[in-house]
Write a protein that binds this ligand. Structure first.
Ligand code: XLS
Ligand code: CA
Ligand code: CA
Length: 439
């Protein structure tokens, strides 16, 4: 049975190819900075956006009809989605997938039945993983869609909901371990608030930390060695999400002594919702040693919400790969396309075309970033810009040899040296040149 008849495995054909169903820049076996592109990019498919999203939005229902969704039985449908998704990943050459518990199996009448259903689907997924060699990048819990989470999950005012969320996370961690998941993600979809008039933020944050500590303890108990990741997002669905951005999450983790147990999963669209650039969030994670993984998508600058579009902006993919390479690569993380086709892209091959667009954009970004790093374009410029800290009074500051009194004496005697240009426009035009000329 094939759900994508007529579509062969997508091949690299190079930048001059006019064939839509071909890679122009992503050449999996090509070596860039000591690793193949496949190893550098670690691309992943998001199960939810690719196999459960049918095009609905706030104003209308499903716009897409998928051939694998023919059955009226929700479990049969879930099984067919597994088969279709692995055929898709194989043909698109995507080596990893990411999932929420509720993406892969429909909820049953109670938690027990829901968990039994998960076990059935996980067995099918394992068979497909064995057949194809495709791996699980990360698993997570959907503790936001069900109405029971209306006040939050780990931050709910209702202790029975906290317990339910914990039970759900426990099961999702078990299946992620069973699937060999390399990471486990926490995105606090309802962990935030609408109004402070009814919210005890101190208690909610303490409880959220308690929940995370329980996850750490349970991982140890069951021998789950995957990396825990927190995914920041400033708003949506709640007005104010506790995991606002990387800096906020770091402060939270440090306060609750969880900083050595978690890294960050940076999503591009969440960065821009927080009024940051994608690069800023990656940079902050990198310099703090917590860059864990990446949700590779993009938002629309004209829309104020999480549009989860496929990433095609070469500036963003270049500067993202720049930060990732500077961090030493993705290690256990990956580039997960937490991205969905537009509502009007209703045809099945749109799924391939969108992944190709994203993979090519990141492959090109990888090559440009590698060249910028190899040529030390920005790093040499920065070294020179901060050269005054290499000797004299600058070195004394760096080495903590001076305090206010010594610095006052220095300033009185020497004044300051004249400002020199930051050369931003020059650097921007060099960046353009590298994007255009890197082969
Ligand atoms: C939603 C988030 C979500 C997480 C996983 O905005 O991006 O999809 O990545 O729960
Ligand atoms: Ca995400
Ligand atoms: Ca998102």
């Amino acid at each position: 049975m094939t759900y994508f008849p007529g579509i062969e495995t997508i091949q690299y054909e190079g930048p001059s190819s006019k064939k839509p169903l071909a890679f122009k820049y992503y050449n999996p076996e090509e070596v860039v900075m000591g690793k193949t592109m496949k190893e550098q990019c670690r691309f992943a498919m998001s199960y939810w956006h690719t196999f459960t999203y049918m095009g609905s939005d706030q104003f209308g229902g499903a716009s897409m009809v998928r051939p694998w969704d023919g059955s009226n039985d929700s479990m049969e449908k879930a099984i067919e989605r597994v088969h279709a998704s692995f055929e898709f990943m194989e043909k698109a050459q995507i080596p990893f997938f990411c999932f929420h518990d509720r993406d892969i199996a429909p909820a049953g009448k109670d938690l027990k039945e829901t968990n039994e259903r998960l076990d059935i689907i996980v067995a099918v997924i394992k068979e497909e993983m064995k057949r194809t060699g495709i791996k699980c990048l990360w698993g997570t819990t959907n503790a936001f869609s069900s109405e029971i989470f209306v006040h939050g999950a780990g931050t709910s005012c209702n202790a029975t909901v906290f317990a339910y969320a914990a039970a759900q996370i426990k099961k999702a961690m078990e299946i992620t371990k069973d699937l060999g998941g390399e990471n486990y993600v926490f995105w606090g979809g309802r962990e935030g608030y609408e109004t402070l008039l009814n919210t005890d933020t101190a208690l909610e944050l303490d409880n959220f930390a308690r929940l995370l500590q329980m996850a750490v303890d349970y991982a140890e108990e069951i021998g789950f060695t995957g990396q825990f990741l927190i995914e920041p997002k400033p708003k949506e669905p709640t007005k104010h999400q506790y995991d606002f951005d990387t800096a906020t999450v770091l402060a939270f983790l440090r306060k609750y002594n969880l900083a050595d147990k978690f890294k960050i999963n940076i999503e591009a669209n969440h960065a821009t919702l927080a009024q940051h650039t994608f690069q800023h969030e990656l940079n902050q994670a990198r310099i703090n040693g917590v860059l864990g993984s990446v949700d590779a998508n993009q938002g629309d600058p004209l829309l104020g919400w999480d549009t989860d579009q496929f990433p095609t902006n070469l500036y963003d993919t270049t500067l993202a790969m720049y930060e990732i390479l500077m961090a030493g690569g993705l290690t256990k993380g990956g580039l997960n396309f937490d991205a969905k086709v537009r509502r009007a892209s209703v045809e099945v091959d749109d799924l391939f075309l969108s992944y190709i667009a994203g993979m090519d954009a990141f492959a090109k970004g990888l090559k440009v970033a590698a060249k910028l790093i190899e040529d030390r374009v920005f790093e040499d410029f920065k070294a020179n810009r901060y050269a005054s800290y290499q000797d004299g009074i600058g070195k004394d500051i760096m080495e903590k040899k001076v305090g206010f009194k010594e610095l006052e004496a220095y300033a009185l005697a020497n004044g300051t040296t004249p400002n020199v240009s930051g050369r931003q426009e020059l650097l921007e035009s060099i960046l353009n040149q590298y994007i255009l000329e890197t082969k």
